[in-house]
Design a protein. Structure first.
Length: 312
């Protein structure tokens, strides 16, 4: 297992060894091992159906393991799941807020599941509304909220018990860029406050900005692990040149990329290379052609490793 960031040698908050999950005949999590160190933000990336939510549900003790070993805060799960859940905040993939209640009532009901001093609950709830910019909506009903507000409320709810570990399953899926950036800022605040975060996301930009360590999962297996920069260094060429709207004859002519690995996707041709000089020179000599030259990013790694086939 990797030591993680900053030479952190503290015992892991989450440790999974040989973790597997089978539904009937289908093994959806297959012998995975990973660790999450205190204060780290670890991201699970993977196409739909990869096994991310199932892994999270096992960590939270909501779904029994088929085999393997799972320790959270040094205790075995699911045996110690209720102890673990008291120290953990959860943002589930699908909101399960009560639509008929106000925001404040939702948090109050949730707070009542924890052993919190009654006189501190109200203060805590209003601090959390401040934190997620929902103070002026505290007495609105949940069914009047936008998707971004609902997600922020779910994050506030996850923090009611002041958890050490926060697990977020696709916290920003379907949100507009403003809402997403706001949530990123709050997650960075939580990291600065020393919280440990485990999140899943389909947004590579989110993973790149927030996560210290990433696990790319496909068909229930970890197929790559490392920091965003490690993964980019390890699994793709550093430079990418993209050409769009090519006519098929020119696409065929250019697809023999010389020193470059090429990939044609629809009307776009991607060149992956360690030295784009000869290629860009060649392209500049072709009249009327415009191209995009950029550094490789995490999305290139992800598509390279999991393929471009649609997963529904
Ligand atoms: N309760 C269940 N019973 C049967 N199959 C399930 C159940 N939950 C998830 N699956 C299947 O397990 C696979 C992984 O699902 P999931 O963990 O939700 O993936 P992800 O969160 O990565 O999209 C999928 O093929 C899904 O259909
Ligand atoms: Mg999921």
């Amino acid at each position: 297992m990797k030591a993680g960031n900053n030479g952190n040698t503290s015992p892991p908050v989450i440790k999974a060894v040989g973790l597997s999950k089978r539904f009937g005949e289908t093994e959806v999590v297959r012998d995975i091992a990973f660790g999450v160190l205190p204060g780290q933000c670890v991201g699970l990336l993977g196409p739909n159906g990869a096994g991310k939510t199932t892994t999270i549900r096992m960590i939270l003790g909501q779904s029994p393991l088929t085999s393997g070993e799972l320790m959270v805060f040094g205790r075995c799960v699911p045996e110690h799941a209720s102890w673990v859940r008291r120290r953990t905040g959860v943002v589930p993939q699908h909101d399960d807020l009560d639509p008929d209640f106000t925001l404040a009532e939702n948090l109050r009901v949730y707070a009542s599941y924890f052993d919190l001093a009654a006189d501190s609950i109200e203060t805590r709830i209003y601090e959390l509304f401040e934190f997620v910019n929902l103070s002026d909506r505290a007495h609105s009903r949940v069914d009047q909220l936008s998707g971004g507000m609902r997600r922020r409320l779910t994050i506030a709810r996850a923090l009611v018990n002041d958890p050490e570990l926060i697990v977020l399953d696709e916290p920003t899926t379907g949100l507009d860029p403003q809402a997403r950036h706001m949530i990123w800022a709050r997650l960075r605040d939580l990291k600065k406050a020393g919280k440990t975060l485990l999140l899943t996301t389909h947004y590579m930009e989110e993973a790149e900005r927030l996560c210290d360590d990433l696990l790319i999962i496909d068909h229930g297996k970890i197929i790559a692990q490392g920091s965003p920069q490690d993964l980019i260094r390890q699994y793709v060429e550093p430079e990418v040149v993209e050409l769009r709207n090519l006519d098929p004859a020119l696409q065929r002519q250019l697809a023999d990329g010389g020193q470059c690995r090429t990939e044609a996707v629809g009307d776009t041709l991607f060149f992956y290379t360690r030295d784009s000089g000869p290629l860009t020179q060649r392209l500049q000599n072709l009249p009327g052609l415009s191209f995009l030259h950029r550094p490789a990013n995490l999305e290139d790694v992800f598509l390279n490793m999991t393929g471009r086939e649609l997963r529904e």
